[in-house]
Design a protein. Structure first.
Lengths: 157, 389
């Protein structure tokens, strides 16, 4: 199983990884959670923990991608409710994108994660599998079902 | 190219704020707190224990606590951490700890790990078809463990279910179909299991299930689309409704339900975190204080004890009782990480503190007489022994 391509190096490499991947990681999490604050919290905490672990982190690529989703899930769990409406001043998205984020809320967790990693973060299937800790076959299944359900939801609107 | 791809492309207009200063700040704060001495001590402890799996099993082994002197607070000692991938909740009862863990393969199923609190050994791993994935979705009742969750899969419609595990056999012996929707949290009282169910379009219900037959015996409509922490205490059901999505995370409006009349009997409209039963009353966290709740009116009383404010919404709403007081997380001195503390409600003092730097990232915890059990988002369970002198 292949991991997202972040190399294992100390702090400077973690920063490079952040500069390279942070934006699309945040975008994927924002789509996943529907909440820019959850996305920011998860990205900041995951990279901070990667920095703290330093060279003890054998596989930072997989670790960071997995960590951001676990942290985001933890944040959402704390909020319990479905994601709050998007109000952040950072977000000035066209209505089709906002409709998409709203529809994503109605996907099961794993489908939503697979869809946003593949389509919002542009990770190939193998890297999505590495990030989620599931097989590529399971990713493809979740992508197929997730996309189908998304289309249904968006047509209902 | 199709409509869906275009929508995803439109997401590209969303850009992250520069988080790197925040990342560096968080990382350096924690690095300063961890002294070399602590690492040496940790390494020595690991070596003494024999390392690896042996450590994982030994750290939960504790001696019987000596008789405790009245009023003497215990010394908390972080005894160790064992991995439970996907762990999301821990509940004590029936002489065991019950740890819920989500499947890591994309399914909606999971496993309930039954753990001996004395030895730390896993007594049973009980597969369940559905788990909700958050604390409060597991409830221990006499002879049974209730697990709320949602079914999914290629051959199933998304649906809420309530499963019962027979504590004598460690087998699921009942699955109650609650129809289309999402299940929330579960409580049990006097022969019934109660749980929150969220339906579309955006309405929440409290559903009562006959514990013996699995028949749905009551449905109580709530006034909002979401609610959390269903609690059975003081002859009533208590649930915290999130009526305004702009309200602080984890908080809501406390609602008292009379299960006999199957109706809401009090809802004063005060924003509060979910309550906990302790010492014959109800307590809840609210901003920077712990307040007692009037059981008749569901209102906050004047009986309030100040606490440090908490800057993490993840932990602010979790309040647990047992082992001599109310337990919760608060922001530590000189900022994070949050520490776990005990509030002695008789004296109003915080008299036990667990150093947050020795913990991972807590998402739930349970209190037994001799230990605190903390589930971490890292997929692990940490035991903090309470040692009485």
């Amino acid at each position: 199983m292949q991991e997202p391509a972040i190399r294992s190096e100390p702090a400077s490499a973690i920063e490079r990884a952040y500069r390279e991947h942070g934006d699309r990681m945040w975008r994927a999490l924002m789509a996943f959670s529907g909440d820019p604050d959850v996305a920011s919290e998860a990205v900041a905490e995951a990279f901070a923990q990667a920095l703290r672990r330093g060279s003890a982190l054998r596989d930072p690529g997989r670790w960071i991608w997995r960590a951001v989703f676990r942290i985001a899930r933890g944040e959402l769990k704390a909020r319990r409710a479905r994601p709050v409406p998007i109000r952040s001043p950072h977000l000035e998205l066209p209505e089709p994108a906002l409709e998409l984020i709203r529809a994503l809320r109605d996907l099961p967790d794993r489908q939503r994660a697979a869809v946003v990693l593949h389509h919002a973060a542009d990770l190939p299937v193998r890297e999505v599998a590495g990030a989620l800790g599931i097989t590529p076959a399971a990713v493809r299944m979740n992508l197929t079902r997730g996309r189908r359900r998304l289309r249904e939801l968006l047509e209902e609107d | 190219m199709n409509d869906l791809d275009e929508r995803f492309r439109a997401l590209g207009g969303a850009h992250a704020p520069d988080l790197w200063p925040e990342i560096e700040g968080r990382a350096s704060t924690v690095r300063r707190r961890r002294s070399p001495t602590r690492w040496v001590a940790a390494a020595a402890a690991f070596a003494l224990a024999g390392g690896g799996l042996f450590l994982a099993s030994r750290v939960f082994r504790v001696e019987e606590p000596p008789a405790r002197s009245a009023g003497a607070p215990p010394e908390p000692v972080v005894a160790g951490t064992t991995e439970i991938p996907g762990a999301f909740a821990v509940v004590p009862g029936e002489g065991s700890l019950w740890v819920g863990a989500s499947a890591l393969d994309g399914g909606c199923d999971g496993t309930i790990h039954r753990i001996d609190p004395t030895t730390g050994d896993t007594i049973a791993r009980i597969p369940v078809d559905a788990v909700a994935g958050w604390d409060g979705s597991i409830e221990v009742a006499p002879g049974a463990v209730w697990v709320a969750g949602n079914l999914c899969g290629p051959d199933r419609e998304m649906g809420a279910v309530l499963q019962r595990i027979d504590a004598a056999t460690n087998q699921v012996d009942m699955t109650v179909d609650l129809g289309t929707g999402s299940s929330g949290e579960v409580a049990s009282a006097e022969g019934s299991a109660w749980l929150t169910v969220f339906r579309e379009p955006r309405r929440a219900e409290v559903v009562g299930v006959d514990a013996a037959t699995g028949e749905i015996e009551a449905t109580i409509e709530l006034g909002s689309s979401y609610a959390h922490r269903l609690l059975a205490a003081e002859g009533a059901l208590w649930v915290t409704e999130r009526r305004d999505e702009a309200s602080p995370e984890g908080s809501g409006v406390l609602v008292k339900i009379d299960p006999g009349r199957e109706e809401i009997v009090a809802s004063p409209g005060q924003l509060i975190h979910p309550p906990e039963a302790w010492g014959g009353g109800l307590w809840a966290r609210r901003r920077c204080e712990i307040a007692r709740i009037d059981e008749a009116t569901a209102r906050i009383t004047a009986d309030r004890l100040p606490t440090r404010c908490m800057n993490s919404p993840i932990l602010e709403s979790i309040l647990r009782s047992g082992a001599g007081g109310l337990w919760f997380f608060e922001t530590g001195t000189n900022d994070p990480p949050p520490r776990l503390v005990r509030l002695n409600t008789e004296t109003g003092d915080i008299d036990v503190r667990v150093d947050g730097s020795k913990l991972q990232t807590p998402i739930d915890f349970a209190v037994t007489d001799t230990a605190i059990w903390i589930v971490n988002y890292e997929g692990s369970l940490t035991r903090v022994d309470l040692r009485y002198s």
